[in-house]
Design a protein around this ligand. Sequence first.
Ligand code: ZN
Ligand code: ZN
Length: 333
Amino acid sequence: MRVVSLGSGSSGNALLVEAGPQGRTKLLLDAGLSTRTLATRLASVGISLSQIQAILITHEHSDHVLALPQLINRYAFPVVANSKTLRAIQDGLRSGVWRTDAGRTVAAKIQVEESVSYIPVSAGKEVEVTTTSLEASSTIVELDHPESGDTLERATPQAQLTFPHQILPIGAHLTIGDIEVTSFAISHDATAPCGYLLHAGGCRICLVTDSGEVTPAMLEQMQHADLLILESNHDRERLVRGPYPWHLKRRILSPTGHLSNDQAGEAILQIWREVGMRWLWLAHLSRTNNTPALALESMRLYLRSANINPAHIRISALPPTMGQVWDSTQLWL
Ligand SMILES: [Zn+2]
Ligand SMILES: [Zn+2]
């Protein structure tokens, strides 16, 4: 199994995972970079987009799906996600409007040179964004309590999904080539966000980013990982004292926001076993409210506080650009 971080953070997230003989199964986890950047970074590790078999999506925020409109147009590989996230992607494809991790909306702009970039169209609050999105859809139906706006949900029948897809309900398993995928719920202000545990050849990797809290169900999946890719978004103090507007700070700190360095450290102590995880990638670091050095030092402090030998775990902080490469053969060395 080989894992390559192609980008991590609010400027765009994507991971390449390869498994099987000669790495014959190739998946992307999220595609939050421009198509050109994604292609260039994949090429630097000898892979072309045409070799990808499927793209797993954690949630529909633009830093996780930026390349999807173009990829869907050009390639036949399925988008794998739960049905609610697939419907949110369908709405984004139809309207050209996506939400960012900071709660703004952006519109897709297909440029002449065929790279996708996004332009801000609103600085509105989350609630306004959601309302606009609902009103823009022509397929609103009433659910349990027709009088309550909170219970309205867009009904896009599966038949209306106009792109190749594979539904993977949260909590379910799916085998894609040589890789078994398990999806599990995380806590974030997207439609139905999830993390993934990937299993191949006796190795497991687990991806948990964009979550405001760590739940027992998440810990249950994380504890199986040989390589854990865990969000360490911000230093709490730095965020609170920093330049962000208060509504954004409150959102990031909320149970559906992003994990702090402290939350990441506490989570690791809860799942630590002497024979367990050996590699930890700290991911989705904020450029404003964190630094790689801060995130790494915070995690090491937590490990020291529990008398965990730092030689037993290799920790890296993922950069927003091309990042770490992990090969499961390291497990046997
Ligand atoms: Zn994100
Ligand atoms: Zn997000």
